[in-house]
Design a protein. Structure first.
Length: 197
C-alpha cells in the first residue's frame, strides 16, 4: 500500500488534488479534519489554551481557528510550541488510519492532505507538492473571502518553495484549468499504480 502526502502552500490546490485521487478510488484523510477533532477534545483544548492563551477560545467556548491564525503571524515561539504539541497527535491518528486500511488488498494507494510539510515525513512513501504562483494564490484567497493581507502573511511563513520541492517526489502546478490539474493527478496515480504491478 502506497501512502501519499498531498501538501503545498495556501490555496494551492491540495484539497482538489486529494479529491481527484479519491475519485480514482483512493481512501483519503485530511489533517485539517483531524486537527478539528483534536481541538474538540477538552483536555487537548485546555493544553492549546495553555500554550496560546485564552484569546484562542471563541464565543462558543471552542477553539477559534482564526484566533490561532492571528497568533501564528504574531508569535513565532507560540507557533512552534503548538506545532510541537499537535503535530505528533495528528500523525499518530493518521498512522492508525493507514493501519486500519492495510489489511485490504484493494487499498493500493491511500492519500492524506497535509497542509504543513515537515522534514520528518517517514509516515509517507510519496510526497506530492501542489504549487501556484503568488498572484494566483492571492486571487483565489480573495474569491474565498479571506481578509486582506492574510494571504501575503501566510506566504511569508514556513518553508521556502525550494525547500518544499526538495522534499517532494512530484510537483503539481495549479495555475491553469481543473482539467489540467486532474490530468496531472491521474498521471501520478497511474505511475504509482504501475509500481505496484
Amino acid at each position: 500500500m502506497i501512502r501519499i502526502a498531498v501538501t503545498g502552500g495556501f490555496c494551492s490546490g491540495k484539497s482538489r488534488v486529494t479529491r481527484f485521487f479519491s475519485e480514482r478510488g483512493c481512501p483519503s484523510f485530511s489533517c485539517d479534519s483531524i486537527v478539528r477533532e483534536l481541538y474538540a477534545d477538552k483536555k487537548i483544548a485546555e493544553r492549546v489554551c495553555a500554550i496560546l492563551g485564552a484569546e484562542v477560545i471563541g464565543p462558543d467556548g471552542r477553539i477559534d481557528s482564526q484566533g490561532i491564525w492571528r497568533i501564528f503571524f504574531s508569535d513565532l515561539k507560540k507557533k512552534i510550541m503548538l506545532e510541537d504539541f499537535i503535530h505528533p497527535l495528528v500523525f499518530e491518528r493518521l498512522d492508525a488510519g493507514f493501519d486500519s486500511l492495510a489489511g485490504d488488498p484493494s487499498n493500493k494507494v491511500v492519500v492524506a492532505e497535509v497542509p504543513l510539510l515537515k522534514t520528518d515525513m517517514e509516515l509517507f512513501d510519496v510526497v506530492v507538492l501542489t504549487a501556484s504562483y503568488a498572484d494566483t494564490v492571492i486571487e483565489r484567497a480573495q474569491e474565498r473571502g479571506y481578509p486582506p493581507g492574510l494571504t501575503e502573511a501566510v506566504l511569508k511563513i514556513g518553508m521556502s518553495f525550494a525547500e518544499r520541492v526538495s522534499l517532494a517526489d512530484y510537483v503539481v502546478w495549479n495555475n491553469s484549468t481543473l482539467a489540467s490539474l486532474e490530468r496531472r493527478t491521474n498521471e501520478i496515480y497511474d505511475a504509482l499504480s504501475l509500481k505496484r504491478v
